[in-house]
Design a binder for this molecule. Structure first.
Ligand SMILES: Cc1cc2nc3c(=O)[nH]c(=O)nc-3n(C[C@H](O)[C@H](O)[C@H](O)COP(=O)(O)O)c2cc1C
Length: 214
């Protein structure tokens, strides 16, 4: 079997980073996924891609670079700057599951295809069907959907109006009514390839950090 490791670059600081990389080599880890922030940095700081690059040089296994890969263009930039074998994508995959296809397009020199807000509305409907059983009480179902919509909303409108509106919904009917208003009033409008700047999905652990040059 394979033994893989997913980690951040440290807890309080990066004092033990090189020692941990030595352990990765000593125990013949097969794949290292590295989120380029310490635990203390939550999601607030810039991602330390320089340390991901140094891990790529030091360890014997492939490294996946992780942290703030928000679009096909940032994926390409991160791959070029870190020389990682690949990228691992968290929040952007929830916001924009088309990102994987978009990255493949960009890496192969093709134009990046965009999706419409109507397609995003379909995606939200699929999330609802797949994740919320009718046996779960409605307030819990609403909260579960809001966890996804917090991310999705970052690509819907630049002012964060949908984010703000859907957060006030208390019932499923209010929540999906908000989705319809913001996504189906201009159904052919493009869903943004990257989050609009200045809107924060999870204010308790994220704040807008500088986007990397793409
Ligand atoms: C909803 C959610 C759940 C997560 N669950 C885990 C987890 O179970 N284990 C883990 O190592 N990281 C987890 N993470 C962290 C991600 O794997 C990733 O390291 C982090 O989100 C940074 O990548 P991103 O900028 O692409 O989101 C989670 C992140 C999110 C947003």
């Amino acid at each position: 079997g394979l033994l893989t490791v997913k980690m951040r670059i440290g807890f309080e600081d990066t004092a033990n980073f090189n020692r941990i990389l030595e352990l990765v080599n000593r125990y013949d880890i097969d794949l290292l996924s590295l989120h380029g922030r310490t635990v203390k940095e939550l999601y607030r700081s810039n991602v330390h891609y320089d340390l991901i690059a140094s891990a790529v040089e030091q360890v014997n296994c492939p490294v996946l670079a992780n942290g703030n890969v928000v679009s096909a263009t940032t994926a390409t930039t991160v791959l070029n700057t870190t020389k990682a074998a690949g990228v691992m994508i968290g929040r952007a995959a929830i916001r924009n599951p088309w990102i994987f296809q978009q990255i493949r397009q960009h890496l192969s020199g093709q134009p990046i295809s965009t999706v419409t807000l109507a397609e995003v509305r379909d995606y939200i409907e699929r999330l609802r069907r797949m994740t919320t059983a009718s046996t779960v009480p409605e307030p819990a179902r609403v909260n579960q959907m809001k966890r996804y919509l917090n991310f999705i909303a970052l690509g819907v409108d630049s002012a964060g109006a949908f984010l703000n509106d859907m957060r006030h919904a208390q019932t499923e009917s209010e929540l999906f009514g908000s989705c319809d208003r913001y996504l189906l009033s201009q159904p052919d409008q493009e869903f943004a390839l990257e989050p609009y700047p200045g809107i924060v999905a999870r204010p308790t652990c994220e704040s807008a950090s500088e986007p990397i040059a793409s």
